[in-house]
Design a protein around this ligand. Structure first.
Ligand code: PLP
Length: 410
């Protein structure tokens, strides 16, 4: 394939970069390179490859080092990483991991300095919250949670933290879709004398509808298990950055932890990238139509969906940093937990499962599943009640889904 020297748009780039069929007997799709180790053309090349990995030799420009061993790097990871970059506006480099949690943990381990502290928005994804309480804090790092959506509290927390290394924002927060202002946090970390890094977990609206790097975030983190994977059949994670050196630091730590995404998963995931915008747009349109109808249903007490926000501050953040409302909604049904469980029991098309972002509609009861470890105070702070169900809308026909939800509510 001739290298395209001019700039193409993301939908084109994702199908034309990262892989040269000439290197694989003309195969139109990349093969899966399952090798754990790679043969050097000469002992000198082996010496040079190790010199580059250990930072003794600095290659110039496009000169890529020979592959050594699959825990460090392998062709399918390189292909996937190059194809991910055009999907994230502002990104120059990417690293893939064997789950979203692996990506988040590696970011923390790589960038929390000795004696350093972490600030994060609450609620966080349950796994991230456990990671902080069960591993990061016991390791001696100070971690402080700030309510999602409270820009002033976040700015103050950043200003007052002494040895701040990292700020982690999850926006919108799950399951209440509370949004946090990325640009405001980006300004605060830039004013801080230690210049902590700002990482945004962009799983819920990225890469199609929200672009943290152009709002000043340093790292965009993904559970690629969700929209990027799209079919609820693989686990993967990714981190993207404008500054390629940050990604190099991460891949260095990844090589030691051994949590690079394996070749088969890379191959599956790269085949999903060209449809992520198609799927997300369809899912968002479906969700918007359903949300607008369900919001008027007499048995729905409250419906949370970005295009139906009523809070001025939230609307301002939504309009500044998101392009479309996405496919997640939460609703409070009549009858508390009993009402919510009855709703779940009556579903036939939608599946009662955690996770999100797949082409099939998934519904869960956050208080007893994904968020069951929260304390009563944390539930009320996060606005999670026993009547709340979360819906991740898929690509089914929206009328079938609306009929189903209306029937389940009756
Ligand atoms: C699912 C999820 C994660 C964790 O990702 P895994 O791929 O399950 O490890 C992290 N953050 C958010 C927002 C998620 O939805």
């Amino acid at each position: 394939m001739r290298k395209i020297s001019y700039r193409v748009r993301p939908e084109t780039a994702v199908l034309t970069r990262g892989f040269d069929p000439k290197l694989s007997v003309g195969s139109a799709r990349p093969p899966v390179y399952r090798s754990s180790t790679f043969v050097f053309p000469s002992p000198e090349a082996a010496e040079r490859a190790f010199g580059i990995v250990l930072g003794k030799i600095h290659p110039l420009g496009d000169d890529r080092p020979d592959l050594i061993y699959a825990r460090l790097n392998h062709p399918n990871a390189e292909i996937l990483e190059q194809q991910l970059v055009p999907l994230e506006r502002g990104a120059n480099s990417a690293a893939v991991f064997n789950s979203g949690m692996a990506a988040i943990f590696t970011v923390m381990l790589a960038f929390l300095e000795r004696g350093g502290s972490l600030i994060y928005t609450q609620p966080l994804y349950g796994g991230s919250q456990h990671l902080i309480h069960q591993i990061i804090e016991p390791l001696g790092f100070d971690a402080r949670g700030v309510p999602a959506g409270n820009g002033r509290a976040l700015t103050e927390a950043i200003e007052q933290a002494n040895n701040l290394s990292l700020v982690l924002i999850e926006t919108p927060a799950n399951p209440t879709l509370m949004m946090t202002d990325i640009a405001q946090a980006a300004a605060a970390v830039r004013r801080h004398p230690k210049r902590p890094l700002l990482a945004v977990d962009n799983t819920l609206l990225g890469p199609t509808f929200q672009h943290p790097l152009i709002h000043g975030a340093d790292l965009a983190i993904y559970s690629a298990t969700k929209f990027l994977g799209g079919f609820s059949d693989l686990l993967a994670g990714a981190v993207l950055a404008t500054d390629a050196e940050l990604i190099e630091t991460l891949t260095g730590v990844r090589a030691l932890l051994g949590n690079i995404l394996q070749a088969d998963e890379c191959w599956m995931l790269d085949s999903r990238l060209s449809t992520v915008a198609l799927r997300m747009n369809r899912q968002s349109k479906n969700a918007q139509r359903i949300a607008e109808q369900l919001a008027r249903h007499p048995r729905v007490k409250r419906l949370i969906y970005p295009s139906l926000f009523t809070d001025d501050a939230q609307i301002k953040i939504r309009d500044a940093q998101t392009d479309y409302p996405g496919s997640l909604m939460s609703l409070e049904v009549e009858g508390g937990k009993t009402g919510a469980f009855e709703f779940l029991r009556r579903l036939k098309i939608a599946k009662n499962a955690v996770s999100l972002g797949g082409v099939e509609t998934l519904v869960c009861h956050p208080m007893t599943t994904t968020h069951s470890e929260l304390s009563p105070e944390e539930f009320s702070a996060a606005g999670i009640t026993d009547a709340l169900v979360r819906i991740s809308v898929g690509t089914e026909h929206w009328r079938d889904l609306l009929d189903e939800f209306t029937r389940a509510l009756a």
